[in-house]
Design a protein around this ligand. Structure first.
Ligand SMILES: Oc1ccc(F)cc1Nc1nc(-c2ccncc2)cs1
Length: 346
């Protein structure tokens, strides 16, 4: 569709949005954040009738330059696994198109989620459909998937080694794309990896913690709270040191341990808060299941190097995962096989 169709300038949208391909929603998001700051200064952030936004998908059809819950789209059910916001499946009242929506209080809305996400065009990343502001909320719209890897692990206990490697390989492919586009996700975990209906394809989502690596100061700014999920945080993140793409590689290996054992790393050996343990203890290599192929163990050792410089890159690790998977004879396990008990520590 032409740039003109690519976005909807809803009533009240201030400033113009650069729509040079690919559509970056960055400038719009800064406008949105500025609007909120100005309204907070003027004290009317709860202006409930404000309705402005950007829609990138023609199956989502605003009415008279507005797109309101109830009148223009209907909430079907709660999915509830997004970070800092509830996630729902919703349906456009005119086209009956179904998609996902995450409702985020504006105070928690980070323009990075849209700025970073709109810069990505990979089959391994969920399509962002747009954002609408409804009063004190930002509503993000994206492609509806069949569920999350986090839910699959809950249902299956733990995953077969070949399936875990198959998923890890795809997530590393997403991280290769993010590196090319200078985006850090900073919350890689099974809950933020969505599955296709047949369970063979994965899609990274939830860029609520993400950052662009080209426009941020080094290290932890005073105001910047620790982002991401504690059990999957890289040592350099918990220590507030400079963070780069290797932080997402560490988290992806924590996710691999989660898939293989059925448990979050660290939690069977340490009590929370885990930050100091992650900073001071050796990497959780003892959590590698004993029945793991030696090549799978090598993947985890290469990806859980505490020093980000020594840690493998997404591409290097993806090559190791592909080798480990071929050592097992490729993916042969069923996607939703019989339940396998999470691993007990010995
Ligand atoms: O960051 C977002 C922005 C917009 C959205 F609509 C959703 C999210 N976040 C998430 N969505 C899911 C999910 C979606 C669909 N099906 C199963 C899970 C898991 S986390």
């Amino acid at each position: 569709s032409s740039a003109g169709d690519c976005f909807l300038a809803l009533a009240g949208l201030r400033g113009s949005v650069s729509l040079s391909e690919p559509c970056y929603a960055g400038p719009f998001c800064q406008d949105l954040e500025r609007d909120v700051r100005e309204e907070e200064e003027e004290g009317d952030v709860s202006a409930t009738n404000v309705n402005e936004g950007l829609i990138f998908n023609e199956n989502i059809q605003p009415v008279n330059y507005e797109y309101r819950q109830g009148r223009d789209y209907t909430v079907c059910q709660s999915i509830n696994t997004g970070s800092y916001g509830e996630v729902y499946s919703v349906q456009d009242n005119k086209t009956h198109f179904k998609f996902a929506a995450k409702k985020v209080p504006l105070k928690r809305f980070s323009s990075e989620e849209l700025g970073a996400w709109s810069a990505l065009t990979s089959p391994r990343v969920v399509d962002l459909f747009g954002v609408v502001r409804e009063g004190p909320y930002a509503i993000l719209f994206m492609d509806l998937k069949a569920g999350s890897l986090g839910q699959l692990i809950k249902d299956s206990g733990r995953l077969p080694e070949d399936l875990a490697l198959h998923y890890h390989c795809q997530v590393l492919g997403a991280l290769e794309h993010l590196l090319k586009r200078q985006v850090l996700h900073l919350d890689i975990k099974a809950d933020n990896v969505l599955l296709s209906a047949d369970g063979r394809d994965t899609f990274l989502c939830d860029f609520g913690q993400s950052e662009r690596t080209d426009n941020r100061g080094q290290g932890l700014r005073a105001s910047q709270e620790l982002k991401g999920t504690e059990t999957h945080m890289a040592p350099e993140i918990v220590k507030g040191e400079a963070r780069g793409a290797k932080a997402d590689v560490w988290s992806s290996c924590c996710m691999l341990l989660h898939m293989l054992s059925g448990c979050q790393p660290w939690t069977r050996y340490y009590s929370r808060p885990l930050y100091l343990k992650i900073a001071n203890e050796p990497p959780p290599l003892r959590e590698i299941p004993p029945d793991c192929n030696i090549f799978t163990a090598d993947v985890i050792k290469a990806g859980l190097q505490k020093d980000p410089i020594k840690r493998a890159s997404a591409s290097e690790l993806k090559a190791r995962v592909t080798r480990a998977l071929s050592e097992l004879g490729g993916l042969s396990s069923p996607i939703r096989g019989s339940y396998m008990e999470p691993l007990q520590i010995h």
